[in-house]
Design a protein around this ligand. Structure first.
Ligand code: FA5
Length: 338
């Protein structure tokens, strides 16, 4: 009996020491200390032993059980630590590896120039108004002193949607819409997209204009020139050469256009400026009395100036862009430069 206890104990201790992982150790625990284990059987059979032998044998079985349980506990602690170390090693992060770059978005150059133009006129006291891009013939033409069948309509190659509805060819219709609703004094800018059947290095079928107009008593051409000169100085700096040149628009009299020295050839003449050395950026003039008549203003009492500038052209001049179409191709290699 004593020998049997000692054998069982040695066998159990060896099995515990040989367990390679927690699952194997648990198997050993069930096998050597569970209800159906050899030790348990021995305890049960003690009744059959001689009475004087019983206390000694009972003590031996208990001692063997304690030794096995102690070994199980110690081995469990070791295996648990080993498994934890292996897990940590497997999950280790290399914090020296380069991270994933975060791409920064940026504003489109046209948005940047438009925002700058709005800010300049905001500081000069102009407020912002807006009008629809799908416009009626009346607001785009008739109200602006451009009657049907008049040859001056040819100045704007128009996309018609249906008989009376077109894609506005300029932001000037907003003049009429605002003046119909409000009385002078007015100082308004109207930014927005406009459309024409045009396409070359300086003409795009869709482009951005910024309209501006000011109506009050005693407004003069000097006020127009002063306002635009201040705008140009803030937008381009003092160094850039600009010129005012007489022109014609049905809705202004007298009329002018403003050119800025070509950024590509510095005025020498190139493909972009068609050899002139200048790029036209805006049309302007004193509001025609016929326009005041159309909106019900007293043309004897009020006078005003108006202008309409091409934001795309200003962006080209500011950033040295030699083809307007680049602004609409959404090529990131181009856009990421701004
Ligand atoms: C007009 O559109 C007038 N409504 C401007 C105006 C307003 C005059 C108020 C008087 C009073 P114009 O067609 O010239 O004018 O266009 C104005 C500016 O828009 C041009 O100077 C140019 O800078 C720009 N522009 C014209 N066509 C295009 C185009 N296809 N692509 C890009 N920019 C253009």
């Amino acid at each position: 009996m004593e020998e049997k206890i000692s054998r069982l104990r040695d066998e159990a201790l060896r099995a515990v020491a040989d367990s390679r992982n927690l699952a194997a150790l648990d198997e050993a625990r069930v096998k050597y200390t569970g209800k159906k284990s050899g030790l348990q059987e021995l305890l049960k059979s003690l009744g059959a032993a001689a009475p004087e032998e019983r206390p000694k044998l009972g003590a031996l079985v208990n001692e063997a059980k304690q030794a096995i349980e102690q070994a199980l506990g110690d081995r469990k602690a070791v295996l648990r630590q080993t498994e934890q170390d292996q897990k940590i090693a497997a999950e280790k992060l290399d914090i020296t590896l380069p991270g994933k770059g975060i791409k920064r978005g940026r504003l489109h150059p046209l948005t940047q120039v438009m925002d700058e133009a709005k800010a300049i006129f905001g500081r000069l006291g102009f407020e912002i108004a807006e009008g629809p891009e799908a416009e009626t013939e009346y607001y785009n033409f008739d109200g602006l002193n451009i009657p049907p069948h008049h040859p001056s309509r040819d100045m704007w190659a128009t996309f018609f949607i249906k008989d009376d509805v077109l894609l506005r060819t300029h932001t000037s219709p907003v003049q009429i819409r605002v003046m119909e609703k409000r009385k002078p004094p007015l100082a308004i800018i109207a930014p927005g997209r406009v459309y024409r059947r045009d396409s070359d290095a300086t003409h795009s079928p869709v482009f951005q204009q910024l309209e501006g107009f000011l109506v009050n008593e005693n407004v003069t051409f000097g006020d127009l020139k002063g306002t635009l000169t201040e705008f140009l100085r803030q937008m381009f700096g003092k160094e850039k050469n600009v010129r005012f040149r007489p022109s014609f628009f049905p809705f202004t009299e007298p009329s002018a256009e403003v050119d800025v020295e070509c950024v590509i050839c510095s005025g020498k003449g190139c493909r972009l400026c068609k050899g002139t050395g200048w790029l036209e950026i805006l049309g302007a003039g004193m509001i025609d009395p016929n326009v005041f008549k159309a909106v019900g203003y007293d043309a004897e009492k009020y006078s005003g100036f108006a202008f309409g500038m091409g934001i795309d052209r200003i962006a080209m001049l500011k950033y040295g862009i030699d083809d307007i179409r680049l602004l609409y191709e959404n090529d990131l290699r181009f856009l990421e430069q701004f």
